[in-house]
Design a protein around this ligand. Structure first.
Ligand SMILES: C[S@@+](CC[C@H](N)C(=O)[O-])C[C@H]1O[C@@H](n2cnc3c(N)ncnc32)[C@H](O)[C@@H]1O
Length: 245
């Protein structure tokens, strides 16, 4: 992407409450599904964005959270959000890449990754993050997936461009099992979790359009929302609770 498009991308995304589908309700459910957890888990939130998961994780797990992202402005917002939520003593940020995390192997009780594993891909994420888990550690991630082996062409064409390696849940479950993980739970994120992401994003696009910002990335993001409206039955994010076997 050239610089103008990159700037426009961040203009469309900065200041949103979240950068991927999800919700606190889903997070709470996943925490329950991830039991048993260490009493005060050491949590690593990978690709944390502004911390829509990091902060509730600190509050609900009673543990300490290290929130990792490559985009410094997101981490700066996260620090402010942690102060506002009264959990800044248990949330720290780390500017690092998810494929080379400067984290001691065997020190993470709960590795969390909402809407971020796709950056390196499902299989690579499982392989790269596994050594970081402490004995008894759990990996929870969400991944965009086909809900049907034969999606509508309109959906397939769009995602073949944006995420060509997107697979079905059955394929990802099989891949995780083959890679030596126990799939403790899967959970398809509800439409309301998509609305929590796309609602504010659509409103931002409208604002930028009204301000006369050139199309380009706006059209791309708008198209993504439109594809979901038309073909949402064919794909979603699925959450995984995984334990090394
Ligand atoms: C789709 S967003 C999800 C953010 C957040 N988990 C949420 O649910 O709002 C993906 C995040 O991954 C971050 N990211 C992209 N590449 C990364 C990398 N190589 N290492 C760490 N974070 C990365 C982006 O800056 C962004 O915050």
């Amino acid at each position: 992407m050239d610089k103008e498009l990159v700037d426009l991308f961040w203009q469309a995304h900065d200041g949103l409450p979240r950068e991927a589908p999800g919700s606190e309700e889903t997070l709470e459910l996943l925490l329950r599904l991830a039991a048993p957890l260490a009493e005060r888990p050491r949590v690593l939130d990978v690709g944390c964005g502004t911390g829509p998961a990091s902060i509730p994780l600190a509050r609900l797990s009673g543990g300490v959270v290290t929130a990792v992202d490559l985009h410094r402005p997101f981490l700066d917002v996260l620090v402010e959000n942690a102060v506002a939520a009264g959990v800044s003593d248990r949330v720290s940020v780390l500017e690092a890449s998810m494929d080379a995390l400067p984290v001691e192997p065997g020190t993470v009780d709960l590795l969390w990754a909402e809407g971020s594993a796709y950056v390196i891909g499902f299989d690579a994420a499982l392989a790269t993050w596994r050594p970081l888990l402490a004995p008894g550690g759990v990996l929870v991630l969400t991944e965009a997936e086909w809900l049907t082996p034969e999606p509508e062409p309109g959906a397939r064409d769009f995602w073949d461009e944006g995420y060509p390696t997107m697979r079905t849940t059955a394929d990802n479950v099989a891949a995780a099992q083959q890679a030596g993980w126990t799939v403790q739970a899967t959970y398809v994120l509800p439409d309301s979790d998509w609305a929590a992401y796309y609602g504010p994003l659509a409103a931002r696009i409208d604002e930028l359009r009204a301000a006369g910002v050139a199309e380009g990335v706006l059209a791309q993001v708008g198209a993504e929302i439109g594809v979901r409206e038309r073909f949402g039955a064919d794909y979603s994010y699925t959450a995984y609770v995984l334990r090394p076997r």
